[in-house]
Design a protein around this ligand. Structure first.
Ligand code: ADP
Length: 177
């Protein structure tokens, strides 16, 4: 049984997954598992999508690569997709949202995304695709959406998530006692 929870931090590229995970890792000691980085480091990429200028991940390879680490608990899983992770691995799913398209546009164009990639990501955010994916894949009560537009949002979101992680750990300790 896990003594520390596994939390997915998901959302459209640019919503703030990395900034949230870095702060949460510092505050909680949970490990930041950046799936982009893991896929790169452990050779889980399959093919390159020319139009979107991005690599496509081999999901089976990726799950094999992270399974041993994740089943131990204490991971902040940072990725723009979530429904591939088995339900039994996951304790909380945070979907970050950036309702202001102009803020998200600025963040993504600062990365030099091409027009197709920019538009695909803005559409995904406008239609709430990641939230829908999370709600379809996991139990309703573990899926939480939080706004990430301003610096203050990062602070308040992280405070909420830290409190939730503490509560989860306390409830696990009581279950063991
Ligand atoms: P993701 O990991 O989801 O692709 P990042 O965490 O890399 O997104 O954030 C993209 C950019 O937007 C970074 O420059 C980051 O500092 C900024 N950013 C993200 N969330 C916020 C926020 N809530 N307030 C201010 N800036 C933010």
């Amino acid at each position: 049984m896990r003594t520390s929870p596994n939390v997915i931090i998901t959302g459209t590229p640019g919503v703030g997954k990395t900034v949230h995970c870095e702060q949460l890792a510092q505050e909680t000691g949970l490990r930041h598992l950046s799936i982009n980085q893991v896929a790169k480091d452990r050779g889980c990429y399959d093919q390159f999508d020319q139009e979107l200028q991005s690599w496509i991940v081999d999901e089976d390879k990726l799950l094999d690569a992270i399974e041993d680490e994740v089943v131990q608990g204490g991971c902040l899983i940072d990725w723009h997709a979530c429904d591939l992770f088995p339900k039994s691995w996951i304790d909380l799913v945070i979907v970050l949202r950036c309702p202001s398209t102009s803020i998200l546009y600025d963040r993504l164009s600062a990365r030099g995304y091409n027009e197709a990639k920019l538009q695909e990501n803005l559409d995904a955010e406008i239609f709430g695709m990641l939230l829908e994916e999370a709600r379809e894949a996991y139990d309703e009560e573990i899926v939480v959406d939080l706004t990430s537009e301003k610096d203050d949002d990062v602070e308040s979101n992280c405070a909420r998530i830290v409190a939730w992680i503490e509560a989860w750990k306390n409830s696990q300790t009581k279950n063991i006692d």
